[in-house]
Design a protein around this ligand. Sequence first.
Ligand SMILES: Cc1cc2nc3c(=O)[nH]c(=O)nc-3n(C[C@H](O)[C@H](O)[C@H](O)COP(=O)(O)O)c2cc1C
Length: 189
Amino acid sequence: MLRDLVLKNRSYRRFYQEVSIELETLRDLVDLARLSASALNLQPLKYVLSREPQKNALIFSHLGWASYLKGWSGPAEGERPSAYIIVLGDTEISRSFGCDHGIAAQSILLGATEKGLGGCMIATVKRQELSQALGIAPRYEILLVIALGKPKETVAIDKVEPNGDAKYWRDSQGVHHVPKRALDDIIIG
Ligand SMILES: Cc1cc2nc3c(=O)[nH]c(=O)nc-3n(C[C@H](O)[C@H](O)[C@H](O)COP(=O)(O)O)c2cc1C
């Protein structure tokens, strides 16, 4: 069951933009992050939720999408995320956030997948500009933006040959291919 969820939990970058996500759904997803592991149990992460078209558009304009897909600058209008969860680090709780935000983001995306949604972690963010645009207080550092929506693309997992290329790519049918290294190539001892 968990394996199925992990397999289905791909990075999706094209969505049915018209399918909105309830505020309660976003809150449920953050609740999964809240219950996840945190170094020293400091729980320094805070969240900004967005589901309104105007706020979504503002966030979208600060994000970088799929740098390996040359000539594709991100989802077109109509295929953009219908919600975002911005993961912030509260510097008044801790100066460093370790891998807390990765763990939180994975919990959120697994929860989204279970609900029939999907998304993508985005670290390519114009952080300062986005902080200002949203009026986020300086004590909060933007760590990750999680784009969410009802996926409108197929993602296939391929095998990477030993020493092969792991770059993702999109075929002529629009299927997004994600090469993954083989188990025996990553267990080294
Ligand atoms: C920490 C982190 C940051 C990422 N940042 C971006 C990003 O800025 N833009 C983007 O399109 N995808 C981003 N991704 C998604 C990765 O490209 C994606 O995880 C990878 O291609 C593997 O695909 P998969 O998630 O379907 O396994 C990020 C993923 C992680 C874990």
